[in-house]
Design a protein around this ligand. Structure first.
Ligand code: C5P
Length: 234
């Protein structure tokens, strides 16, 4: 399998485990990483995460935890036994919540590596302004990334548009970028997007790709096209 496969995370946004695992069967041997988000986790629960780990895939458990510090720390402890490699918390939960999550993870040998979600890739300046935040998405994302770093979380989820700035300002971060759209792909509800090659060139470590693969007529071809596009990006 190519090393490009180490950088591509396929988002299994499906309503049930059988549809999700059918795609996993198709992509096995080509893709190494899968993301379980809220839609699938709420319907299929831990079973699908355990199944993916049994099959030796990298698993990104995208629960985007956002609650009071005590509850988020408890949730980090509760999912630790699943063996997911990456787990998201919302940076907007603030420094106390982020520090509680980091502290909970640090106390557990099996805990997932935490990623702080900065500003959702579906939000543009107008969406942010409607929530009372006057800053541009890139400014707000960097502010939240710094809060996450200071609270002990070095992994970040950001848009590819912010990846270069994050890489420059917070060089030690692990950068995960959704909002990936190959040339010609439908943007859907995403607002801050880039092609796979552009996102990697900007400094992303991992690309999260959902609908451009899951809704493709031929998901295997769609995944292979992305893998070839990124294969030679340094
Ligand atoms: O289908 P698409 O490629 O837009 O899927 C992107 C995936 O990344 C979705 O599962 C979404 O929940 C997730 N995500 C995101 N923006 C973030 C964090 C996660 O789109 N900031």
């Amino acid at each position: 399998m190519s090393s490009a496969a180490d950088k591509l995370i396929v988002a299994l946004d499906f309503p049930n485990a059988s549809q999700a695992l059918a795609l996993v069967d198709q992509l096995e041997g080509r893709c190494r990483w899968f993301k379980v988000g809220l839609e699938l986790y709420i319907s299929a629960g831990n079973h699908v995460v355990l199944e993916l780990k049994k099959r030796h895939f990298g698993v990104f458990l995208d629960l985007k935890l956002h609650d009071i510090p005590n509850t988020v720390a408890g949730a980090v402890r509760s999912v630790a036994g699943l063996g997911a490699d990456l787990l998201t918390v919302h940076a907007g939960g603030g420094p106390a919540m982020l520090a509680a999550a980091a502290e909970a993870a640090a106390g557990l040998p099996q805990a997932s590596r935490l990623l702080a979600v900065t500003v959702l890739t579906s939000m543009d300046a107008a969406q942010l302004a409607a929530t009372g935040i006057a800053a541009r998405p890139a400014e707000q994302a960097l502010r939240l990334a710094k809060v996450a770093h200071e609270s002990g979380i070095q992994g970040l989820v950001c848009s590819p548009e912010e990846a270069a700035q994050m890489r420059h300002e917070l060089p030690g971060s692990i950068l995960v970028t959704p909002g990936i759209r190959p040339v010609g792909a439908s943007v859907g509800d995403q607002k801050r997007v880039a092609t796979p090659a552009a996102a990697l060139s900007a400094g992303a470590d991992y690309l999260v790709v959902g609908r451009p693969i899951t809704l493709a007529k031929d998901p295997v071809l769609a995944a292979e096209a992305i893998l070839s596009e990124i294969a030679f990006v340094k």
